[in-house]
Write a protein that binds this ligand. Structure first.
Ligand code: MN
Length: 426
């Protein structure tokens, strides 16, 4: 089934700027609160938020098998459960409705007034209820950098790393949408030269530049998902800032891995860009350096060329770009991650979120965390206001951006923005 919504030649009757992340070829999905205090599922074209609940009530999805209330919900989980064929039909229909040549909604002012909102009239919500959240560790450069810092160059990669998309089960309750500020966490740390831990606000709060994919109901308990079918069960992706407290992490992570250093907050961009919209940007990923077990061997292109950027803005200051990376650098791709996650029969549900792990490239300006960018604080970064950063300071805002671009179309993710407020008083 061709994806009509991806037609790069299509133009829309809505006014959009040429460099928008959200041209009519994107058609992402999100959830927002409207000016009338109603929560609805929507999409975005240019700087317009589009109420899909209202569109459906007015009959614009006639002929597509959808329940009456599918878009009148406060999460996308049920729509995602409907499966890939439905997502595709709905995106194709939205493309038709907003096509420049289609007068039906274009010339109906009354309908337009129910359906269209400017971005300042809506408040973005979490797009899905995340039942389970898993975080991988799939960038070889990131794993090598961190391993080198903690164990030395010779033992940088653990022996399992080249064979397994290493991951752990994270916590979903603290996943928050872009725009929600977080607090510097308190916790136990072991300061250098101490033998006993101390309790206090983390001194080493960091971001992790990641992307996360959102699944549909993929399998029943006991049945694995084959690597070459995995993409059928991936609805789309968001930008993902996996906030981390490095000093807490260093003390607590042995032997079961990250816990309180990671679960105080993870921020996501609010619009889920569908895997369908990203099809023009499929690329080959890094070649396996050692032979992988058959259940991880895949055919074709399974990586995506998504440019990623991180900025820091101090309070009342300008943003400074501190990192330029790309999703295609990942050694293990999403299909391998999902195949591995389910190979033991673990079941995956609609709305589950899978973090990629920090995405670092080969060059120092492409490292996806302050831990790597400043090499544990040994090489501080200088922001445009002249101040230095080893990690994230109180009242700094971390902004992540992501976009794909070819000579026909730009498909972007918007922003994942979150400010680190000082620790609460205890
Ligand atoms: Mn992470």
């Amino acid at each position: 089934m061709p994806i009509k919504a991806n037609d790069p030649k299509r133009k829309t009757w809505l006014e959009t700027s040429p460099d928008t992340d959200f041209p009519i070829q994107n058609i992402p999905f999100g959830v927002f609160l409207t000016r009338d205090d109603i929560i609805t599922i929507g999409t975005r074209i240019g700087d317009y938020a589009i109420d899909l609940g209202a569109l459906h009530q007015l009959g614009y999805f006639k002929g597509i098998d959808l329940t009456d209330d599918i878009f009148l919900q406060d999460t996308l989980n049920d729509f995602i459960s409907d499966g890939r064929k439905t997502w595709r039909l709905v995106r194709d229909r939205i493309a038709e409705i907003f096509d420049k040549e289609n007068p039906t909604l274009r010339d109906n002012e009354k309908h337009r007034s129910h359906i269209l909102f400017t971005l300042d009239e809506v408040e973005m919500q979490l797009p899905v209820q995340v039942g389970d959240y898993t975080d991988f560790y799939s960038s070889k450069e990131h794993a090598t950098n961190v391993g080198t810092m903690f164990r030395g160059k010779e033992n940088a990669l653990m022996p399992n790393w080249m064979h397994i998309p290493v991951g752990y089960h994270g916590r979903s309750s603290s996943i928050i949408p872009s725009g929600i500020n977080i607090r510097r966490p308190w916790g136990q740390t072991l300061p250098a030269d101490n033998t006993e831990p101390v309790f206090g606000p983390s001194k080493l709060v960091d971001f992790e530049l990641e992307m996360a994919f959102i699944t549909t109901d993929a399998n029943v308990l006991g049945e694995p998902i084959p690597v070459n079918e995995a993409e059928e069960y991936i609805f789309g992706l968001v930008l993902f800032n996996d906030w981390s407290a490095r000093d807490i992490q260093k003390w607590e992570y042995v032997p079961l891995g990250p816990f309180l250093a990671k679960n105080f907050a993870s921020s996501i961009s609010p619009w889920i860009v569908t895997l369908d919209a990203l099809q023009p940007f499929k690329v080959e990923g890094p070649k396996p350096e050692v032979e992988q077990l058959p259940y991880l061997q895949y055919k074709g292109k399974k990586s995506y060329d998504i440019n990623l950027e991180v900025y820091i803005a101090p309070e009342n200051g300008d943003e400074t770009k501190i990192c330029t990376s790309n999703f295609k650098y990942m050694y293990w791709n999403m299909s391998q991650q999902l195949a591995h996650h389910t190979v033991n029969g673990c079941n995956v549900n609609s709305g589950d979120m899978m973090g990629s792990g920090t995405i670092s490239g080969k060059t120092p300006d492409s490292y996806g965390s302050m831990l790597e960018l400043t090499w544990r604080g040994e090489k501080p970064l200088t922001l445009s206001d002249g101040t230095e950063r080893k990690f994230i300071n109180d009242n700094d805002t971390v902004v992540m951006k992501g976009y794909c671009k070819n000579n026909e179309v730009r498909i972007g993710f918007g922003e994942c923005r979150s400010k680190l407020l000082p620790a609460i008083k205890q």
